[in-house]
Design a protein around this ligand. Structure first.
Ligand code: FAD
Length: 231
């Protein structure tokens, strides 16, 4: 049975830092991931959102060409499609994802294992590979860094109305004409602002309009509903 000082479960931002750091300090480390290294930040969080924001800011700047000393310039999506923006987001994910490749961590001495694990005792973890073959590893310490999922609020009719979360939004290939963003925290605001800059009619709904981010960032606020229009 393989024995480790540390087994990290979950290869998102947290798990990658812990596994890479511990291995470089000399610990014998395994990193167990059920899907792909990179987690939320790489695929459905920081990286796609910042890429989307970059395109949105570009659109906003172009609209203000005059203010920067250029002749007013028209702004249209290539072939009328929003898909080119989604393609760029995917390219950025691919480029940044190079830093989260298993080889990088293996070079530091981390055993990267793709498996959905199961504890069979306080110290033992059972791993099943893609062919269904099982083996058990043991560690002195475990770090659970399996991340989070979007919380779906208990709003009547929401399920029937249909909705998307951060897990789907960066894959949209058609610009929504209108978008209601539930939640005016940093993520809701940055998404709302970006889509407004692309031309969607965006309504941000927030329970706590006294919240810090909301107060600082909002352009127009009307009681519990905020409408961001354009840049
Ligand atoms: C739209 C958006 C924008 C964001 N922007 C920013 C930003 O600009 N800056 C910032 O700092 N943060 C940002 N965040 C937050 C950031 O993405 C998260 O804080 C970060 O990804 C959390 O990392 P994590 O490692 O804890 O979890 P995750 O990234 O969720 O990683 C968990 C990993 O564990 C794996 N896993 C889950 N269950 C198991 C299991 N049973 N066995 C094995 N593996 C498992 C998953 O497959 C995943 O790879 C943003 C988030 C969103 C949604």
């Amino acid at each position: 049975m393989s024995q480790y000082d540390l087994v990290v479960i979950g290869g998102g931002s947290a798990g990658l830092v812990v596994a890479g750091g511990a291995a470089q300090l000399g610990a014998r480390v395994a990193l167990v991931e059920k899907k792909a290294l990179g987690g939320d930040c790489l695929y459905t969080g920081c990286i796609p959102s910042k890429s989307l924001i970059r395109s949105a800011r570009f659109a906003a700047d172009i609209r203000r060409a005059n203010a920067f000393g250029f002749a007013p310039t028209s702004l249209e999506f290539k072939d009328g499609a929003f898909a080119a923006i989604a393609d760029r987001v995917a390219r950025v994910i691919e480029t940044v994802g190079e830093h989260d490749k298993p080889e990088r961590f293996e070079d530091w001495g981390v055993d990267v294992i793709f498996s959905a694990p199961r504890f069979v005792s306080p110290k033992e973890l059972e791993l099943t590979d893609h062919e269904g073959v099982k083996r058990t590893i043991e560690a002195k310490r475990y770090c659970i860094s399996t991340g989070s999922r979007p919380a779906i609020p208990p709003i009547e009719g929401l399920k029937e109305a249909g909705f998307i979360t951060n897990e789907e939004v960066f894959g949209l290939r058609k610009l929504p004409e209108s978008l209601i963003v539930l939640g005016g925290g940093p993520i809701g605001l940055e998404l709302g602002q970006s889509f407004a800059r692309f031309g969607s009619e965006v309504t941000i709904v927030e329970m706590d309009i006294g919240g810090r981010t909301f107060q600082r960032e909002c352009v127009v606020s009307v009681k519990s509903i905020t409408l961001l229009k354009g840049a």
